[in-house]
Design a protein around this ligand. Structure first.
Ligand SMILES: Nc1ncnc2c1ncn2[C@@H]1O[C@H](COP(=O)(O)OP(=O)(O)OP(=O)(O)O)[C@@H](O)[C@H]1O
Length: 281
């Protein structure tokens, strides 16, 4: 029995391969990838949303499950508002301008400014329902935006969703700390492959001389990721333009520009699609 089973209420009779605690995969979703971070504010939701746009731009059918239930920011990035409707088989996800399917608690609440003051088990129940009670369309990729850290919801997602892999988002100064290692160890313990690491806020371009300024000192990321045995998928600069587009809910339009951020994210998307190409139809 793996660590993934240790807190499962239905572990009796589990063969490890067909777990009775795992909701039935009634959806036609080929790859489920969770995006996690050791701590908050590193740009995890932004990376999730940008990866979704980049995969969509590659021609894939993409969905995002916003599992960051108490701090949902995915709808804001895409300018999505209003309440979701019920279809014949469940809740119908919202669709972004380019056709990315999105489910988020913010699209189910009567007032999106209302805080969600729920205990862990209730929140975990909501995340399970985001899988079981949503009428997801046929998807090549579902990206799951996890809340920061290694708490209840990441555990629920790792135990109940058929995850193919995990991407860890970090900043340079937190890379060498134990916080990132905790996230990677959690995925390992749950037997879920870590696809790689995306580093955010690695540098800024000086607007006057265009020099690359490393915000957090010398870049030793490659060395640190090498020691951890996790591939470094990409390093993103801090781009004030990105923040402006995302504040306006126009993250898809940001990809019409040519920037270091979106070119790096597009490259990460290509690495992912190459990794899973045998499973993509
Ligand atoms: N590379 C970047 N350049 C400029 N701004 C960025 C970049 N990445 C993220 N941001 C901005 O930083 C803020 C935090 O990003 P985001 O919400 O994605 O972080 P998070 O890790 O998901 O946070 P939380 O832990 O609260 O869920 C947002 O306002 C976002 O627009």
């Amino acid at each position: 029995m793996s660590d993934a089973c240790s807190t499962c209420s239905q572990k009796e009779g589990c063969s490890g391969e067909s777990c009775p605690g795992m909701p039935e995969n009634k959806h036609n979703i080929r790859n489920v990838i969770a995006v996690m971070s050791g701590k908050g504010g590193v740009g995890k939701s932004s990376v999730t949303a940008m990866l979704a746009v980049a995969l969509r731009n590659e021609g894939f059918k993409v969905g995002i499950m916003d599992a960051d239930v108490t701090g949902p920011s995915i709808p804001r990035l895409f300018g999505l508002h209003g309440r979701l409707k019920n279809g014949e088989k469940g809740i119908q996800p919202a669709k972004t301008r380019s056709g990315i399917e999105v489910i988020s608690l913010n699209l189910l609440l009567p007032n999106e400014d209302e805080p969600v003051i729920w205990r862990g088990p209730v929140i975990s129940g909501v995340v399970k329902q985001f899988w079981t009670d949503v009428e997801w369309g046929e998807l090549d990729y579902m990206l799951v935006d996890l809340p920061p850290g290694t708490g209840d919801v990441p555990l629920t997602v790792m135990q109940t969703l058929p995850l193919n892999g995990i991407i860890v988002v970090t900043t340079p100064q937190s890379l060498v700390t134990m916080i990132v290692k905790k996230a990677i160890h959690m995925a390992d313990r749950m037997n879920i492959p870590v696809i790689g690491l995306v580093e955010n806020y690695t540098y800024v371009h000086c607007p006057d001389c265009d020099k690359r300024i490393e915000l957090f000192g010398h870049d030793n990321t490659e060395e640190a990721t090498g020691k951890m045995g996790v591939p470094l998928l990409g390093q993103l600069p801090l781009d004030p333009e990105f923040a402006a587009y995302s504040d306006r809910g126009e993250i898809e339009n940001y990809f019409e520009e040519k920037t270091d951020v979106n070119e790096t994210v597009a490259n990460v998307a290509r690495l992912i699609s190459k990794k899973y190409r045998n499973e993509v139809q």
